[in-house]
Design a binder for this molecule. Structure first.
Ligand SMILES: Nc1ncnc2c1ncn2[C@@H]1O[C@H](COP(=O)(O)OP(=O)(O)OP(=O)(O)O)[C@@H](O)[C@H]1O
Ligand SMILES: [Mg+2]
Length: 332
């Protein structure tokens, strides 16, 4: 369609939403939509928007990789288009497909009613936009409303390498070729966020085109901020204990450490149970909100849970003490 030479920053000006003018402004804008970003994350988000470069986020599960795409879309007042990757995903499910049933109906109708001239016109119209099913990538490159969206390519590590190569090509030029229609090029490129849980390494060539950022588990203070942002009204003591417990738990030798998502889920459970403080019994009863493997749940039973609860309650009472308290003191 049209030539891509306008950076996405200018695009947003047209939508009437001012872009965050600094890293601080980006951090504040994300905070306003309830996403708590530390400074390094706010910096890459700011740069991705400013430079129009894709942002590649890698990290453990449940640390806010997907959520930042939602938050950025809201902050920038852009539509979010999500391409969820899975094993076996191919170009057709990412880009476009022809609406085969509708084409068949058109052919049958023409056969029943048409003439030879109609047949030629029909052949042309069968491969027009009318019969095109736009999948996320095409919609992001050529959005129907003309406004550059935020394109979330979620869990790219689940896709296989040929799909990654296809994406690399599409994201390099923000253009795609549909043989029957020609080359479609983004008038204004979308803001692209890619996420990976690192179940396999993503190819360097794709990473090279992106700003890379590792999203780590948040610090104790940051996690409390996240919890209190997501669950306003939670009692400060309970919030302190929950976060201190989860942070201590992450220092244990677990198959799958709890992410921020689990912290929030667990806190919701405790609030629903009217808990005012954590106890070993309460942790044991609700461990399934935090840990998703029976071996992990079994590993924190008994003495371990008592030690972790003590550590957490102590840390919550003395928030100024260094996080030395979270070091493991016993082997499970
Ligand atoms: N920095 C944050 N600020 C606010 N909420 C957060 C933050 N990080 C995580 N969350 C909360 O945790 C939930 C899970 O985050 P998200 O789904 O983005 O994790 P993820 O890293 O994409 O996990 P997965 O790898 O399992 O897909 C979010 O819905 C949100 O409620
Ligand atoms: Mg995710």
């Amino acid at each position: 369609m049209t030539q891509a030479d306008t950076p996405p920053s200018a695009g947003s000006a047209k939508t009437g939403t001012a872009l965050p003018a600094s890293i601080d402004a980006m951090q504040a804008a994300l905070g306003a939509v309830r996403y708590v970003a530390d400074r390094p994350l706010a910096t890459v988000a700011f740069l991705a928007v400013r430079l129009g470069k894709p942002l590649f986020l890698e990290g453990e599960a449940g640390v806010g990789k997907t959520e930042i795409a939602l938050a950025l879309a809201e902050t920038l007042d852009r539509r979010l288009i999500r391409l969820q990757c899975f094993e076996g995903i191919d170009a057709a499910s990412a880009l476009y497909e022809w609406n085969f049933p509708a084409q068949m109906i058109a052919i049958r109708t023409a056969e029943a009613t048409g003439t030879a001239e109609d047949a030629a016109a029909l052949r042309r119209s069968l491969f027009s936009e009318e019969y095109l099913i736009r999948r996320p990538l095409l919609e992001a490159i050529a959005p129907e409303d003309g406004r550059p969206p935020v394109l979330l390519i979620d869990e790219i590590d689940r896709a296989d390498e040929p799909f990654e190569a296809f994406l690399l090509e599409a994201l390099s030029a923000f253009q795609v070729t549909i043989p029957e229609l020609g080359t479609i090029r983004a008038a204004r490129p979308p803001l692209v966020i890619l996420t990976s849980n690192r179940t396999r390494e993503v190819h360097d060539a794709l990473k090279r085109r992106c700003l890379y950022h590792w999203v780590d588990y948040p610090s104790l203070e940051r996690e409390r901020e996240i919890l209190e942002t997501r669950l306003p009204g939670i009692a400060p003591r309970l919030s302190r204990e929950i976060v201190a417990f989860v942070q201590a738990l992450r220092a244990e030798d677990l198959f799958k450490k709890p992410g921020v998502a689990e912290t929030i889920d667990w806190a919701r459970c405790l609030v629903a149970l009217d808990a005012v403080a954590i106890t070993p019994e309460l942790v044991a009863d609700t461990a399934g909100a935090l840990l998703k493997y029976q071996d992990d749940i079994a590993r924190i039973r008994g003495e371990t849970v008592e030690r972790l609860v003590d550590t957490a309650r102590d840390a919550a009472r003395h928030p100024d003490r260094p996080p030395r308290a979270f070091e493991r003191t016993a082997t499970p």
